[in-house]
Design a protein around this ligand. Structure first.
Ligand code: HEC
Length: 81
């Protein structure tokens, strides 16, 4: 599973976003809109989202395949916030 094991070489999301993606050193993903999650991941990957805190996510998102982005967003959205 991408959230736990990382995608194609990406670090596991739980490392920074919390064991149930409820938030950790990074913002919570659990229970959030899957459309929003996909859009943010695409924006990190393309560089459209390039704020000061975005550097770690740009590395992660660049390694994810589109299929993995859709899967992880769908999964995170099902989790209890
Ligand atoms: C090395 C730590 C780290 C890892 C690993 C990581 N993230 Fe993040 N993530 C962050 C940080 C830090 C932010 C906040 C970025 C900012 O302030 O712009 C963030 C933000 C996000 C956001 C935007 C949230 C928002 O509120 O706008 C999404 C979506 C996201 N991450 C998804 C993921 C997914 C999916 C994975 C696993 C494939 C993952 N992240 C792995 C550190 C990480």
């Amino acid at each position: 599973m991408i959230a736990l094991n990382g995608g194609a070489g990406a670090q596991s999301c739980t490392l920074c976003h919390g064991s149930r993606l409820q938030g950790g050193i990074a913002p919570p993903l659990a229970g959030r809109s899957p459309t929003m999650l996909v859009r943010q991941l695409a924006a990190f990957a393309s560089g459209a989202r390039n704020d000061a805190g975005a550097a770690p996510m740009r590395v992660v998102a660049a390694k994810l395949k589109q299929r993995e982005i859709i899967d992880v967003a769908a999964y995170a959205a099902t989790l209890r916030p």
